[in-house]
Design a protein around this ligand. Sequence first.
Ligand code: NAP
Length: 495
Amino acid sequence: MKDEGSARAATGERSLRIAIIGAGMAGILSAIKLDAAGLHDYVVYEKADRVGGTWRENTYPGVACDVPSHLYSYSFAPNPDWSHLYSPGAEIQAYFEDVTQRYHVDERVRFATEITRAEFSGGCWQLHGVNGLREQADVIIAATGVLHHPSIPAIDGLDTFAGACFHSARWDHRAALDGCRVGVIGTGSTGVQIVSALADRVAKLTLFQRTAQWIAPQENPAYSSAEQEAFRRDPELMRSMHREMSRAMREAFANVVVDASSPQMQQLEAACRANLENNVHDPVLREKLRPNYRAACKRLVISPDFYTAIQKPSAELVTEDIERVEAGGVRTRDGRLHALDVLVFATGFRVDRFMRPMQVIGRGGLRLDDVWVQRPVAYLSISIPGFPNLFMLNGPNGPVGNFSLIEVAELQIAYILQLIEQLRRGRCREISASEPATAQFDAERVEQAKRTVWATGCRSWYLDDRGIPAVWPWTFDRFRDEMAAPKPEAYETVG
Ligand code: NAP
């Protein structure tokens, strides 16, 4: 490190200490890309004792990714062993652990090390963490995830329930399921996967639905061992599949949902409608499952087997509002008690937190909690005015709604590396998005967001406190163009 430092000094380069916060998909990626860029002086701080982020935390029955596995892989680390087109969560977790080891990132992660406060002072970030940790960094990369803080509704009587009760992202694997009466609250992607996985295992499965969901059909074939062998022999096969899947996802979905009036949007809606009409046989159940808003307004749920599962004799769809939880189960407003042994909250996440509860204090004592008091805002979801040398992956208002988050993060880290390069080359000592560029970007984003399918009249986690979709509202191509190179005029530099 010393030799590297003196070589740098001779060329006028600044040596940078970089703190990556979070060892999930984006944090692991950041570490690999920093190494590749010759930026070896970094630490990954991880509050848990394993890497994996969302895939470490979500271990519920049926957990899987509805982005095809060969696309939901780092572009530089294809995996010939994916078992299915859409592989289960445990395989995805194993993939991230494997990549972490192969790229020696695990040696750079400080586990059980939550950063609780980061303050920009004296030209660098002062980090405070658990167990009295006090360290410094020139740059912070916040890779802290989006769907990270479980949201559990305040339902009367919740603490009186006599059985096991937990959020989907905090699954209690000690709780018996087989032959038990299990209640699931929530019909998002998570609730649907749990119902599909449990309907055959439990004595009774009660799904409490507040809002019906459109379900896009999906086939999930397994890869044969011959296919896996072919991938192993010729990794180019996987790379071309990655490119093809990315193109298909863009054209069939990502570029479609941002234009609510596009003909492809109508095709998508027709496919969801046909899925419901053709696969739910009881007309009463079919109407209960029919949403009264446009497909893909909420985050589209993709499932091969939800309709099959909910029609099983063991399953019941309850659409009455929940009144309260009692020791023996859930009582709905019609007075009925749904007797349960286990109650699962598949009720989603608080999506406005990002790196918080970490306290982040920028230049001149500027507090992130104050800057984001109304709602989180950032330039291109990466940089916040007044918070120099702090860059976010999958930050606020980013492309969470329509792409593979791995592709998104790969583009973002390449962009962030260009900003870091300016610091390394000594072109400036501090860099952050300017206030006017951020305000203008967000104003345009908000206007465009009103034209997307997410703004066509439904409640969803995409919507901010004003009901405006808090996501990237343009096409993927535009996102890729923006990520190609930072616009110097959008940034303020010091030094
Ligand atoms: P979600 O989409 O936010 O869904 C939460 C569900 O809980 C909704 O059905 C909501 O009803 C219901 N709910 C919330 N509060 C309630 C209350 N007080 N009473 C009754 N119902 C209530 O959460 P999620 O299913 O965990 O999914 C979150 C995101 O995670 C997804 O959108 C997706 O981006 C990601 N995810 C991805 C995959 C994948 O395969 N890639 C799998 C799982 C999750 P309302 O609809 O009425 O609000």
